[in-house]
Write a protein that binds this ligand. Structure first.
Ligand code: ARG
Length: 438
């Protein structure tokens, strides 16, 4: 069943028909499509393109279709080209000839652009809420765990930090994600309905009316742009990709931290899985899957970038390829944030092992240099002195704080008894700008 065919002498080839279809995946737009049509028919009546009676028949028909889909009385199945054809053909079957007037002053090009914007807006708002909730979870867990842990650079133990500060680094990342999503939402909040195929219409329509009905802030400025713009999908998928990159980095840390080598955390049984052969295994599959799924979100972004890059204005059928990747990205990001939220809120934190790890690896070496600087040694000289102390410690299998004052004095005459307090890890965290780590 098709919405077109009048100018064709031959039936479409079956393979071509299959190839052309998007119904299998764009059916999830049904609500948005009906919402868009309801706004359109409302405007048609206001602008005297339809009588009140015709408008009512179409409106009731559209509402009926929506209810029947929702109640399971009308299945989103059958040989339809796309969701727009499904709704319109069903409308005509349901209310008869008057249903054929719905498409006056509209094209599927502005129709699909409207559906996708509405869907994108709703999805981005849902993801925004998930990000906000996840930020709260991070803050909650961080606030309860102001405990010492090694901070790393190059994945080598570097300086003492707190688990709180480490988690709050992710809070900052998701805070930016929240801002990026809000910004993208603000930019995309324009109604393309009324652009027509690409050049408006000879009918006296009122785009402000449909804009208001659909809850958009503005109408798009340019008709040609309105039907050919997919920037908002690219922008959202860029934001989703950055969110996934952040989730993936956190996943990587959870995977490392839950290994026998680190033993800093334990993932709750609810979010781990076992091995079919090795009975002792508890695997961090949740975190690994998030890390893995990051690839498909990046892939969808680059898929659409590539689809769009050579397209002349205005609408081209290539643009139908915007859907599957976007829908998949939305589902993937939602699922991944939700799982990560649960993994973090149920995480068991092994405080003792984190503290123990701080004691090995000379994480107070920089503070020994700071001590020398406080005693009038130039930083570059202090750096070299401490380097020599570290070699000595390695050779003798000791930590810096285990050296006697006598041993320390071999490296510099300025060391005094107060060095031990100065380089004590708990004390380090109370000094200078490090207070923010607590
Ligand atoms: N299924 C199409 C899409 O997703 C709808 C728009 C069709 N427009 C057209 N001129 N054939 O892009």
């Amino acid at each position: 069943m098709k919405l077109w065919g009048g100018r064709f002498r031959k039936e479409e080839n079956k393979l071509m028909e299959e190839f052309n279809k998007s119904f299998d995946y764009d059916k999830i737009l049904y609500k948005k499509d009906i919402e868009g049509s309801l706004a359109h028919v409302y405007m048609q009546v206001k602008c005297n393109l339809l009588t009140e009676q015709e408008g009512k028949a179409i409106t009731d028909g559209l509402i009926g279709i929506c209810e029947d889909i929702e109640d399971g009385n009308l299945l989103l199945e059958g040989n339809y080209e796309d969701i727009h054809s499904f709704v319109e053909i069903n409308l005509i079957e349901r209310i008869g000839e008057v249903g054929k007037k719905l498409h006056t002053a509209r094209s599927r090009n502005d129709q699909v652009a409207t559906d996708m914007r509405l869907f994108a807006k709703e999805s981005a708002l849902e993801i925004l809420t998930l990000v906000t909730n996840f930020k709260n979870t991070l803050k909650c867990v961080a606030d309860k765990n102001s405990i010492m842990m090694p901070g790393y650079t190059h994945l080598q133990r570097a300086q003492v930090v707190t688990f709180k500060h480490h988690l709050m680094a992710y809070y900052s990342m998701f805070d930016r994600d929240e801002k990026r999503l809000s910004n993208a939402l603000e930019i995309l909040d324009e109604s393309p309905l009324g652009c027509g195929a690409l050049a408006g219409t000879t009918h006296n329509i009122d785009r402000e009316i449909t804009k208001e009905k659909l809850g958009f802030s503005r109408v798009v400025e340019n008709y040609i742009d309105g039907v050919s713009d997919r920037d908002y999908l690219l922008e959202l998928m860029s934001n989703f990709s950055i969110i996934m990159m952040h989730l993936s980095r956190l996943s990587e840390e959870l995977i490392l931290w839950s290994s026998q080598e680190f033993k800093f955390v334990e993932l709750d049984d609810l979010y781990s899985t076992g091995s079919s052969i090795m009975p002792q295994k508890k695997n961090p599959d949740g975190a690994e899957l998030i890390r893995g799924k990051t690839g498909r979100v990046y892939g969808s972004l680059f898929g659409l970038f590539t689809t769009m890059k050579g397209l002349p204005l205005a609408y081209n059928k290539d643009m139908q390829e915007d859907k599957e990747g976007f829908f998949d990205s939305v589902n993937t990001v939602k699922m991944c944030i939700s799982i990560m939220d649960k993994m973090i809120s149920t995480l068991k934190i092994n405080k003792e092992n984190m503290k123990k790890a701080v004691k090995h690896g000379f994480l107070n070496a920089t503070e020994v240099a700071d001590y020398l600087v406080d005693n009038n040694v130039a930083f570059r000289d202090a750096h070299s002195i401490v380097g020599n102390i570290v070699i000595y410690c390695e050779d003798n299998n000791k930590n810096i704080e285990d050296l006697s004052l006598e041993e320390l004095l071999n490296f510099s005459p300025v060391f005094k008894e107060d060095i031990y307090d100065f380089i004590d890890y708990e004390n380090i965290l109370k000094k200078g700008s490090k207070k923010n780590l607590l």
